[in-house]
Design a protein around this ligand. Structure first.
Ligand SMILES: [Zn+2]
Length: 330
């Protein structure tokens, strides 16, 4: 495939524009299981269906953001398979004292069940809905509580760079910070809470700003990022010279964890889940250069370009497994 080929008409399903057979699993560059450090698996039955695909695509242990209420059942159904990332009751998100108190109780509950990592969702939209950013005294209360319990921290701070600006989703006139300003609170958090590993979801929100991410990684040795959010990462990588991105991944091979950001739900089928793992495999393990099979509303014409990085086996070994295994040993 090449760039100049005429694109096919839009496919009926957004996860398979190219009519691929996702049961035909592409070959692996290295053997062994992959750890997926970013999913939203929850509910035993839905998760059981998802695990068929995970098994087919060599996904072993899975880190998930499931509600506290699901943890016991998932641990019983899938012993040892999941690492539970502590989350609040998102549906009730607010800066109200009662929401924060409930969040603290949930942290205690997750910790008692063996959780080691907790998540802050501080994307611009979420901040606006909560009426809080990471500097807010109420979130600082949560952070200190989590710190005292021994939690490591996961953050979602940025969003695609193209979403920021006067005519964009995140307008300054709506009270949103600029893309660059969004990261000040993360830097303060990294300064104020050392001695724990911090995981920046979605390449630390900076796949389009690798120079800035490089500075942050150099400045904060306890910072890691995950590779999750398929469409965004694929798009962000394809916008840049492959050699630049590949060099970044090789240089920071000890700081990047594989993640998919798959959300598990009853509206999703085998091909939807498999499309993400299929694309990730092309992205990291091959020199694929062509259209992505996944529709991307943020890409020109909705057609995403997928450019593989063809990472060396030892780098894949790190990103797929070792970094996740070492994550909690800071
Ligand atoms: Zn996620």
């Amino acid at each position: 495939m090449n760039e100049t080929a005429t694109p096919p008409p839009p496919a009926a399903v957004p996860y398979n524009r190219l009519g691929l057979d996702y049961h035909n699993i592409p070959p692996r560059k290295i053997a062994g299981l992959i750890i997926d450090a970013h999913t939203h698996a929850h509910n035993v039955d839905l998760t059981r269906a998802f695990l068929q695909i995970a098994d087919d695509y060599s996904i072993g242990r899975i880190w998930t953001m499931a509600p506290l209420e699901d943890v016991d059942a998932m641990q019983a159904a899938f012993p040892g398979r999941f690492e539970f990332i502590a989350i609040p009751k998102w549906q009730e998100l607010s800066s109200q004292e009662s929401f924060i108190d409930d969040w603290l109780r949930r942290l205690d509950g997750f910790r008692a069940k063996g959780s080691r990592l907790m998540k802050f969702h501080a994307a611009p939209g979420t901040q606006k809905r909560m009426g809080m950013d990471l500097d807010h005294p109420q979130l600082q209360r949560v952070m200190k509580h989590a710190w005292n319990l021994g939690f490591h921290f996961m953050t979602h701070v940025g969003d695609p760079q193209d979403w920021f600006g006067p005519e964009k989703k995140y307008k300054p006139s709506d009270g949103h910070k600029s893309f660059a300003e969004q990261f000040g609170m993360l830097d303060r958090m990294l300064e104020q809470y050392p001695g724990r590993t911090h995981l920046g979801a979605h390449m630390g929100g900076s796949v389009e700003a690798l120079d800035a991410l490089q500075q942050r990684l150099d400045r904060f040795p306890h910072y890691r990022v995950d590779s999750s959010a398929t469409k965004w990462i694929v798009r962000g990588i394809a916008q840049q010279p492959v050699s630049r991105v590949r060099a970044f991944f090789i240089r920071y091979q000890q700081r990047i964890l594989f993640g998919s950001d798959l959300v598990i739900g009853d509206k999703y089928n085998y091909d939807h889940y498999a499309s993400r793992y299929w694309v990730h495999r092309q992205l990291w393990e091959t020199n694929y250069d062509g259209q992505s099979p996944i529709e991307d509303p943020d890409a020109p014409g909705g057609i995403g370009r997928l450019k593989g990085l063809d990472l060396p086996p030892l780098v894949l070994e790190r990103i797929y497994r070792t970094n996740a295994e070492e994550f909690f040993k800071l």
